[in-house]
Write a protein that binds this ligand. Structure first.
Ligand SMILES: Cc1cc2nc3c(=O)[nH]c(=O)nc-3n(C[C@H](O)[C@H](O)[C@H](O)COP(=O)(O)OP(=O)(O)OC[C@H]3O[C@@H](n4cnc5c(N)ncnc54)[C@H](O)[C@@H]3O)c2cc1C
Length: 466
């Protein structure tokens, strides 16, 4: 297994459970890839960036359960929004069947007007009644953008800005005019419309790195091992078959099966150049574009926020996470550590770290007035310029299956063909699918992939009808 992100880890754990001896080679000194944490020089454990899951992420939940980390994820039923003038609004589920479970709190949501709500309700109904597959998104030429679909469904400017963008830019890490409508609609169907529990927000209450402790054990139980600081320089291939991997320290490893669980831009660099030129699957990976995420970590000397997390409307800052509270810090702790997340942060990429911190502090002033009495002790900005692949119209055709055209080589990674966007759930799905492909190649087929949450209530009826 080359790569110890969620794709590599989930695949390795699944294969170990199936009785395979897995050797996992990870280039960095820690596991988790993009969903990892590390220790700052001051001793604080920080996540690469806040990572959240949703109730509809069934495979990630399954993986956390397999490695004994499920208890370290806390789920929240209430989504809290703040307008720039400080007003709050919330959305949560009420005891009504899907897709009506959030209708009452949506009707009461004060940060949207009635004309916005009527337009949103109409579009949501179109998604629900089609079982998540509206006919007007199928387009063989590569699909239409989410923005085009919303305009077709006559959404108001404010509905787009304060509702659709707020949910979708964070879920898909992309602007709506660059997102394939199929991905956007899928988010609403799976998280908000098909089931009552799909929208629940899951947040780890430990640094991300602590979630993966159980992986090493699961792999070692079957005689395998996890090697850190063990980067791979390249695959060796002969007659269309991978025969070994050369490590950065010059050692060569051989195995019955190889899984490349590295990011899509790294894989072609590890393969022989003639193989990449010959196989469209590898050559096409360059067509997958990426989009940025910026994380801003702020430490204050006083408590300025009471909520566990907040979504900001009409601001550059999209989410504010109260890390002190989420990590179980005492309520009367002196200071507070907040983490801000900005997805599709194209406008921030060229800006200096100081400028970004000043911009975020300015936005927090009106939303969290207690900030005026507090001092910023420390701040840091993490810009991930290639955080995720961009789910652009037609991007699915560049995502390869887990069984590669080379014998003995299998692919895992959020960018492989899973139907899901670039998320932890997508990465785990790819890992399970790669394990299934290996087992089927070995003549011992077995299923790891968990199904989506079953549609409920009226949505169940509509899902069957469509
Ligand atoms: C800032 C940010 C915020 C995000 N927020 C969320 C979120 O809130 N929710 C969500 O679901 N998803 C989120 N994501 C997306 C999520 O992190 C990824 O989709 C997922 O972690 C990808 O896992 P992966 O295993 O496919 O790839 P990676 O995590 O990239 O793993 C690849 C691994 O391969 C290793 N590697 C690379 N080259 C070599 C080599 N030559 N030899 C050996 N090892 C090598 C790397 O070090 C890495 O560990 C976020 C991503 C970022 C960047």
């Amino acid at each position: 297994m080359i790569g110890g992100g969620l794709a590599g880890l989930s695949s390795a754990v699944a294969l170990a459970e199936a009785g395979y001896r897995v050797r996992l080679l990870e280039k960095r000194p820690h596991l988790g890839g993009r969903a990892a944490s590390y220790v700052l020089p001051g001793g604080e454990h920080v996540d690469n960036c806040q990572h959240v899951t949703l109730g509809c992420c069934t495979n990630l939940e399954d993986f956390y359960r397999r490695i004994g980390a499920a208890e370290k994820i806390r789920f929240f039923d209430r989504l809290l929004f703040a307008a720039p003038d400080g007003r709050r609004g919330s959305m949560e589920s009420f005891p009504l069947p899907a897709p009506l479970h959030m209708a009452a709190s949506f009707a009461r949501f004060s940060l949207l007007g009635w004309n916005d709500k009527v337009a949103i309700g109409r579009a949501l109904l179109a998604i629900a009644r089609s079982g998540g597959r509206p006919k007007d998104i199928s387009n063989d030429a590569g699909g239409i953008t989410m923005l085009a679909w919303l305009q077709k469904h006559r959404q108001t400017e404010r509905a787009i800005r304060r509702f659709w963008e707020v949910i979708l830019i964070s879920a898909l890490d992309e602007e709506l005019d660059r997102v394939d409508a199929r991905y956007g609609i899928d988010v609403f169907w799976k998280a908000f419309l098909s089931t009552r529990a799909g929208y629940r927000v899951g947040i780890p209450c430990v640094p991300l790195g602590e979630l993966y402790d159980g992986c090493k054990e699961a792999i070692a139980r079957r005689g395998g091992e996890v090697l850190l600081r063990a980067g791979v320089r390249g695959f060796q291939a002969k007659d269309n078959q991978v025969t070994g991997v050369e490590r950065e320290d010059g050692a060569v490893e051989t195995a019955d099966y190889y899984v490349a669980a590295v990011p899509q831009d790294i894989l072609p660099e590890l393969l022989p150049a003639d193989v990449v030129e010959r196989e469209a699957v590898f050559l096409n990976l360059r067509n997958l574009r990426t989009s940025p995420i910026t994380g801003v970590h702020l430490w204050f000397d006083k408590r300025i926020m009471n909520e566990p997390f907040l979504t900001l409307l009409d601001s550059t800052t999209q989410w504010v996470f109260n890390k002190t509270q989420l990590n179980g810090g005492s309520a009367d702790a002196q200071g507070q550590y907040l983490q801000l997340v900005i997805s599709a942060s194209y406008s921030l990429v060229p800006r200096s770290r100081q400028e970004i911190i000043e911009l975020c502090l300015k936005e927090l002033h009106d939303v969290l007035p207690a900030i005026r009495e507090a001092n910023l002790v420390k701040g840091t900005v993490v810009k991930e310029t290639s955080a995720t692949f961009s789910p652009a119209p037609g991007s699915d055709r560049w995502r390869p299956a887990q069984k590669s055209p080379l014998q003995a080589l299998f692919l895992a990674g959020d960018w492989t063909s899973t139907g899901w966007p670039s998320t932890m759930e997508g990465a785990v799905r790819s890992g399970y699918l790669a394990a299934e492909a290996i087992l089927s190649d070995a003549g011992e087929p077995r299923k790891f992939l968990r199904p989506d949450l079953p549609a409920e209530g009226l949505s169940r009826f509509w899902a069957h009808e469509s």
